[in-house]
Design a protein around this ligand. Structure first.
Ligand code: RB5
Length: 149
């Protein structure tokens, strides 16, 4: 299950991602917004990120104007590793090295076709594990306020 969220600026790109998920036969849950009226990205980032953090959704995709505000907000939820990406290489590496569980994109940064391609890399690339798991564990330790060795 893929969690989706956007503000008004990200809504057109989120609609592209919904079309992609339907083509890929991947189930999704859309946490809003669903109107072009101006709204606050943190509200929708929080809803979608909490669904990922709780395990209700496996991964999530967020869209705002730049992908920046909504990723910063999502990363405030414990357990979320949200990567703001505007290229396929970064999206792929966010999975391989960082085990990103959320992707954020900007509808004012990437076009619909690039956005779809970035999302495909994010959805289909596995985490490599190994030495990268130690680094993910360190990120979790920071969240718990623990010292790093
Ligand atoms: C909304 O105008 C815009 O600020 C928002 O979508 C996002 O780009 C913020 O980071």
């Amino acid at each position: 299950m893929i969690a989706l969220g956007s503000d008004h600026a990200g809504l057109p790109l989120k609609r592209e991602i919904i079309a992609l998920l339907e083509e890929m036969n991947l189930p999704f849950k859309d946490f809003g917004t669903d109107t072009p009226d101006s709204c606050d990205y943190a509200v929708f980032a929080k809803r979608a990120a909490e669904a990922v953090a709780s395990g209700e959704c496996e991964r999530g995709i967020l869209c705002c104007g730049t992908g920046i505000g909504i990723s910063i907000a999502a990363n405030k939820v414990r357990g979320i590793r949200c990567a703001a990406c505007s290229d396929c290489f970064s999206a792929k590496m966010s999975r391989v090295h960082n085990d990103a569980n959320m992707l954020a994109m900007g509808a004012r940064v990437v076009g619909p076709e690039l956005g779809r391609m970035i999302a495909e890399f994010f959805l289909t690339t596995p985490f490599e594990g190994g030495r990268h798991q130690r680094r993910i564990d360190q990120i979790a330790a920071i969240e718990r306020g623990e010292a790093l060795e």
